[in-house]
Every structure is written in C-alpha cells, then in structure tokens.
Design a protein around this ligand. Sequence first.
Ligand code: ATP
Length: 362
Amino acid sequence: MTEPIVSIRGVSKKFPGGIIAVDNVHVDIAQNEFFALLGPSGCGKTTLLRMISGLETPTEGQIMIGGEDMALTPPNKRPTNMVFQSYAVFPHMTVEDNVAYGLRVTGVAADETTRRTAEALEMVKLSHLAKRKPDQMSGGQRQRVALARALVKRPKVLLLDEPLSALDAKLRDDMRMELTRLQETVGITFIIVTHDQDEALSMASRIAVMDKGAVQQIATPSELYEQPTTRFVADFIGKVNLIDAKVLSTTAKAITCEAKGLGKMSVPTNKSCGDTVAIAVRPEKLKLSVSKPADAKLLAIAGKVRDVAYYGDTSHVVVSASDGLDLQINVQNDTRTGGSGVERGQKIWVSWAPDDSIVLTE
Ligand code: ATP
C-alpha cells in the first residue's frame, strides 16, 4: 500500500467501569478506498469511527490522517467529515441552505459557497430540489442532503455511521449503489460503519471485521467469504457449515483429519494446525444426490433431509447426517419446475470438493 490516508496504530479505548470498547486495533486505509468497519452490536466499530473523527479520544495508540498525528487536532480541524445514522439536517432551511451552512459559518466567500453548494447538490443528484425543505422530502432524499452537507466541506475522508439503517429495504438497496457511485466519482476515502454483512460486502473494497473490540480479519469481500481466518468471521459473513475435526497428520500443503460422520479425509491447507480444527464449507458448495457420488475425490456423507425452505431463486435444505451432524445446503432452483427436487424425510447424499473446505484453526 502507498502512504495510507488513515493509519490506526495500536488504538484502544477504555470507558469507565472497565469497558474495553476498542482493543489494540491496527488498520491502514488507503487513499480512495471504500472501507467498512463491520461487526455485531457493541463490537466497538462506532467508537473506532468516532476516534478517527476526533469525537472520542483513544486511551492508547495513535491515529494518523494524511501522514499527521491527530492526537492534538480537534474534530473541526481534521480533514474528515461525518454522516450520522439519523441524518442531521435543519428542517426549517432549504436543501441549498442546509448544504451551504457549513461553508457560511466558516467564512467561505459567498460566490464560492454558491458554486460549491451547487456542485455538492449535483453530486448527490439533488440540484432540482435545491429550494425544497427537508421535511418535504423522502428519507433517501434527506440522506442525500446529509451527504451533500458533508461533501461540500471537501473532506479527505468521509466517515459514515450506519448511513442506511433508517431507510426501508428497497431504498437501502438503491442507496448502496448510489454511495458506491458517489465514492467513485468524488474520489474521497469513505469509511463506513455497519452491522449489515450484505451492505459491507456489496459496497466496500475492503472490510475490517470486528468482535469484542478487536479486529478479527481485514480483507476484500470475496476473501472474507472464501478465505475466512477464524470461526467468528466464517460464521458472521454469510452462512456456513462448521464441522469439528481431529487432526491426524499434517504436511506443508494439507492435513489429514477425522471429522464427525465423514471419517478420515485430506483437506488442503498451508496453516499450521494443532490437534483440532474446524472445517468450514459454504452451503452453496455442497451438492445433493440420491446415490453416493462416483467421484472418489469428493467428500461425501449420507443423511436424511430434515428441512426444505423455498426462497424462489434458491431453496435452503438441511440434511441430518450420521453422528448428529446437520448440514445446510443451498440449492439453485434453476428450472421453473421441481424446486430443490428433494423432500423432507428423503434419504440423500451430500458431497463437496475437498478444495471447497476451509480449515480454521481459531
Ligand atoms: P452498535 O452497532 O450497537 O452501535 P458498536 O459496535 O458501534 O455497536 P460501540 O458503540 O462502539 O459499538 O460500543 C462498544 C462498547 O463500548 C459497548 O459495550 C458500549 O456499551 C460501550 N460504550 C460506547 N460508548 C460508551 C460510553 N460513552 N461510555 C461507556 N461505554 C460506552
């Protein structure tokens, strides 16, 4: 990575009462990235974002923005701007005045204010509503006003705290695409906080997954999904089957292990493993067949269909295998008839390629 625009170095935040909200976090965020802080409620993502903005002070560690230590820089002097969950806009002012406000109070000349306000409204596609008041607008439009208010200040880094959570599902989908487009157009680094995996996966170029104040993994969306490094990440991002296995032997490229119901199997990995591991397999990587697959290279297990849920494009099937192992399988309903082609109680085989197994040591 070239010089990061934001560098978070060993940052912790302790609140009174022994609460460790953020625990020794290291993250470098590159210029022009769309970066997401993702994790369950209470994992410390908002506190981390607030420390970047200067609204909260780290107990330990250093935050650098644009190569400068921010320790003594107050929020209004930082090259950042924040868009809050409850889009803070003034209801009594027109859209235009809302956007111009931040420039007027800092003494930017009138003609420059007019020009930059028009530019910001153009970016969020609100020029035609410049004279409206926010209470005559939809939630999505109000959110755009809040975005324009932040962008007009030309921050190097835009911080977005759950910006879509107040919108309904359909609008949220539209705004996701809008935000991605906007980030590409304005070329500003975006850091978004979200607890919604789909939101992070669909918008961000990289994601830091947090749990209990600590960063578990930083990776691109597809790496997080296909190569999670911990059980927490595998389980938090999408659906997953986690199968406990005992390690029998290891080489540099694979392990031989014994898993419940699956017997002895060889799984590719270059990780150094202890005595036990978890084998993770995504539901769409599993295949169903009425008889044992002929291909001996596949991992296969016999079971009985316990549940079938139909979702239109896919069906979600749960198979109870021997030794009490339950497996989740996603089946593509790729013809108009037949659905998943299986029914509850049916005897079935579940199989997958060894390469589709992820070995997890933590
Ligand atoms: P959410 O998605 O629910 O907003 P989060 O991941 O953003 O959660 P934070 O808001 O950063 O989590 O909170 C992390 C932890 O720190 C939580 O246990 C929270 O209760 C605690 N916390 C946050 N702010 C304060 C504060 N001002 N004083 C004391 N504890 C706090």
